[in-house]
Structures are given as structure tokens and as C-alpha cells.
Design a protein. Structure first.
Length: 255
């Protein structure tokens, strides 16, 4: 997993195409459809710069945001001060979260699960989410698919340009484990008209649907829905993202 030390500065600018309000409304629809607990405490796991946390708070949820990047959380806190929203942020690795109590809903979105290095780490996250979930608590997360890693991300190079930064994003696919190693070079325009260069790197691993679903069952969840590409339709062989909704069916202390 990565601390996003350089990427954090440019993350919001380079992901401006993501409609966070629309995505929050999508997750809110899922929560309204499946939620069975009484309260609205929501954990945004791997919350990054807090964009989803902000939108979920505006929808009335009591939001706790967790991320292991100080740089990302610094930006999230700045947003919180500007918006005045009552969001609590914690700097923790999602493999070892430690909440003060239980939560009703956990979100882990924008392919955060794919940033884990392997299935043992995925199991740790699922186990911890179950432990800190209310009985019947809802777990919603998304994952990039094997198809996306093999045919979209793959060994491709992408470039992004805004008024302030030029980014070269180079991927390298390890076909033995469907892990994409990502190398990013940033060229930031300075006040003197020159560009400063910084770098970051991280990797994402794609997991099979069967492996993800087996781990959910092993850690005390029942799968209640599975959708393709931020829709309410089943995934197909070319879906790039799968969104899961699962319900905690046993107490964390029993796992």
C-alpha cells in the first residue's frame, strides 16, 4: 500500500472527472435499500482526501473517515474546515483499524481493496470490518476486475494535464498475479514559469470474484447484492468495477 506522498497534492485535481455527489447518491440508494440497523454511523474506509466522506455527511450520515496517508488526510481536514461538516478523521491502516465503537455502514470504494497486496490482507480488512460492524451492519465496497487489469490498465501509459500539473502515468502488468505496478511522474507549474518534478508509485491487484466472495463468507458476511460498473445491473465479463453489498451476520468477537 502507498502513502501517496506526492500524489496527494494532485489527487483532487487529477480526479476532477469523478462525480462524487452522484456516487454518494448511488451508495445512499444502496444503503436505503439494504440497511437494517437503527443508526447512521458510517465508516469511510480508505477515505483519501475526504470527497466521498463530505458527500455522505451532507446526506445525513455520521461519518468517520480512515486513511493511512497523512498527506491525504491533511487535505480531507482542510475540506472539513471549509465545509463545517462534522466528520471525524483517523490515520490508520485499514488492515488494522481500531474504532471506538461499532458502525452501521462501512464504505470502501474507488478500488481501495485493490491496493492491498494479496488475499491475506483482504481477509484482515474484511475481518476488521466485521468486528466493528453492528449486527446486521452493511458493508459496501467496490473492486476493479480482472478484465480491467488485463485489458484496460494493463501495460498502458496515460497522460493527464491541467492548468497546474502534467502527469505521466505508466502501468506495468504482472500477469502471474494480475498486479498492475503504477509509476507516476508529476510536473508542477511553479510561480516562476518553470516546472518542478516529483514521483510516486503504487500497485493494485485484481482478485477473482470467487476469492472475494469466499473471504466475505469466511469473515461473517452474507452477500446481498453484486453490481457492475456503478449500476444496479449484474456484472458481465467486461465490467471494469464490481460493487458489493454485504451484511454482517455474526459478531466480530465470534470470528
Amino acid at each position: 500500500m502507498s502513502g501517496y506522498s506526492a500524489f496527494a497534492r494532485f489527487y483532487d485535481e487529477l480526479t476532477a472527472n469523478i462525480d462524487y455527489k452522484k456516487r454518494a447518491e448511488y451508495f445512499n440508494s444502496m444503503i436505503s435499500r439494504f440497511k437494517s440497523t437503527d443508526n447512521n454511523i458510517l465508516l469511510d474506509l480508505a477515505c483519501g482526501t475526504g470527497s466521498i466522506a463530505e458527500e455522505m455527511a451532507r446526506l445525513g450520515y455520521d461519518v468517520i473517515g480512515v486513511d493511512n496517508s497523512d498527506e491525504m488526510l491533511g487535505i480531507a481536514v482542510e475540506k472539513k474546515f471549509r465545509s463545517g461538516l462534522n466528520i471525524q478523521y483517523l490515520c490508520q491502516d485499514m488492515r488494522n483499524i481500531d474504532m471506538y465503537g461499532t458502525v452501521d455502514i462501512t464504505l470502501c470504494v474507488l478500488d481501495s481493496i485493490n491496493h492491498l497486496s494479496g488475499l491475506p490482507d483482504v481477509k484482515k480488512v474484511f475481518r476488521n470490518v466485521a468486528f466493528f460492524s453492528e449486527p446486521g451492519g452493511l458493508f459496501i465496497f467496490d473492486v476493479n476486475t480482472l478484465y480491467k487489469h488485463r485489458f484496460v490498465l494493463a501495460d498502458n501509459t496515460f497522460t493527464y494535464e491541467t492548468d497546474n500539473v502534467y502527469c505521466v502515468w505508466e502501468n506495468s502488468l504482472d500477469r502471474s498475479n494480475d498486479r498492475v505496478n503504477m509509476s507516476l511522474e508529476f510536473f508542477e507549474l511553479e510561480d516562476n514559469g518553470l516546472y518542478s518534478r516529483s514521483s510516486d508509485s503504487f500497485s493494485e491487484t485484481a482478485f477473482s470474484q470467487q476469492d472475494i466472495e469466499n473471504l466475505l463468507h469466511e469473515t461473517g458476511f452474507e452477500i446481498i447484492a453484486k453490481y457492475g460498473d456503478d449500476t444496479f445491473l449484474p456484472p458481465d465479463e467486461k465490467s471494469q468495477r464490481i460493487v458489493y453489498a454485504a451484511r454482517c451476520v455474526c459478531s466480530g468477537q465470534k470470528i
